[in-house]
Design a protein around this ligand. Sequence first.
Ligand SMILES: [Zn+2]
Length: 337
Amino acid sequence: MKFTFSLKGPSGPFHDPYLYLRFYHTGRALLFDLGELYPLVPRDILRITDVFVSHAHMDHFIGFDHLVRLHLPRTSSLNLYGPPGLIDRVEGKLSGFTWNLTRDYLLKITVRETDGDTWSASIFRAITGFAREDLQSETCTGILLDGRQFAVTFRVLDHGIPCLGFRLEEKVKVNILADALRNMNLIAGPWLSVLKEAVIMGSPVGTVVRVKTGQGSEEISLKELGEIYKITKGHTVAYIVDAADTAQNEEKIIELSSGADILYMEAAFIDSEKELAAARKHLTARRAGELASAAGVKFLRVFHFSPRYEGKVDQVLAEAEKGAGKNVSVHAGWKNR
Ligand SMILES: [Zn+2]
């Protein structure tokens, strides 16, 4: 399965959760949850444009300061999406610092929170010392981000508090045909990223791309390059953390992760401690496997284990595998590949 993006989860089963997704051809990155981000290098963090926050429990939101710290001197625009209360949480975080020397900085943070029916949004700009600017509320359609290449949708799950589960669906994937490339005497290089982006953005067929040839380089139109690529539907990734094992959650989780290529999912507790899982409103490893199987996902990457299972990681993984059955391939969500 050749992906057009890379995925990086946290560095261990007990680490604060996040999922970093970077598109190869543009370098743009998305982040699901704001756990401890230190395993990501600054260069990775600076690629982030949009952050999807499941909820603001500390282990999912502690990385906010680090994100802002790195983006502060840049002209970045960061978008955050999350459940009700996120705007207050962001305002509270930002008001914990002094901003008198950063008034010429251009960082802009737009925060959108939703209960599933309406959106509230606020903007925080470095130039005003991150004073909160509220925007008008809008009706929510269930879509967080909808571009030409991909869309991110969500459902509100019950974790004692609202917790968002996410689904990223890649609408278009541009596949380069190696034989056709050779037939046209073209040599692969960074220009293929330019071509892919032009195709994804729906550029006119007369648009020219500077390509690499055996003789050097030349400009060729998208129309002429039409034979070296094929457009297919891309991949789907779902991200589900911190959800109680209820019938309503089950339905929403299956819907969100239906047919996903990769599902990142919490496996917080083992089956013999399912009462504790219920009390803490988390899923067990076995249930993670069962839900992945019911949703027909290809790969389940479990993570976000309770620290009480230190030394028992294999047992948690085995329970997820047992729940998933033979149609889902279960992996450790912290082993990035
Ligand atoms: Zn939580």
